[in-house]
Write a protein that binds this ligand. Structure first.
Ligand code: FE2
Ligand code: FE2
Length: 165
């Protein structure tokens, strides 16, 4: 097995996000509302945690060595806001799912969400992650990986604690 690295850790999240996007696509025709709802319930916390890893841990470290080129990093953060809007839009259609007139807008919103997420993941994998691999020292990469794993444990713990209450 290849050793864990910070970008590989993020890529594993991407793989799981892409898997759920594929599932969402499969649930659109014929439209399976229950399945779409279940996928959104799994996608949302995963994306939220992944976004925190990138915005709280990964991007600030990258910004320190890329201060001459802040635009790509700002674009990543901007995309995260748009992703959130897409998720909220799909969720709002799901709350009125007994009204069939919302079926087409829901399917369209899901398709836009899938497309946007895929583009975003592609941008990070093609430009941001390779740049991190080149720019960050081994020491920093290791520190970021440990912090991301800690954040993951913390959030799993918070999730369990929430379920118990
Ligand atoms: Fe991202
Ligand atoms: Fe990402």
């Amino acid at each position: 097995m290849e050793p864990k690295t910070v970008t590989r850790h993020l890529l594993e999240d991407h793989r799981e996000i892409k898997r759920l996007l594929g599932e969402m696509e499969n649930a659109l025709e014929p439209t399976d509302l229950k399945r779409i709802g279940d996928i959104v319930d799994r996608l949302e916390p995963l994306v939220e945690l992944h976004r925190r890893k990138e915005e709280e841990i990964f991007l600030p470290a990258l910004a320190r060595c890329m201060f001459d080129h802040p635009k790509p990093l700002a674009a990543v953060t901007h995309d995260h806001g748009v992703e959130e809007t897409y998720l909220e839009e799909v969720k709002s259609f799901l709350t009125v799912m007994e009204d069939v007139s919302f079926l087409k807008p829901l399917v369209d919103a899901c398709r836009s969400l899938v497309q946007f997420f895929r583009d975003h993941l592609w941008k990070e994998e093609s430009f941001i992650f390779p740049c991190a691999e080149r720019s960050l020292s081994d020491e920093v990469k290791w520190e970021l990986l440990v912090r991301m794993e800690d954040l993951e444990k913390e959030s799993a713990h918070a999730g369990t604690a929430q379920k118990e209450t």
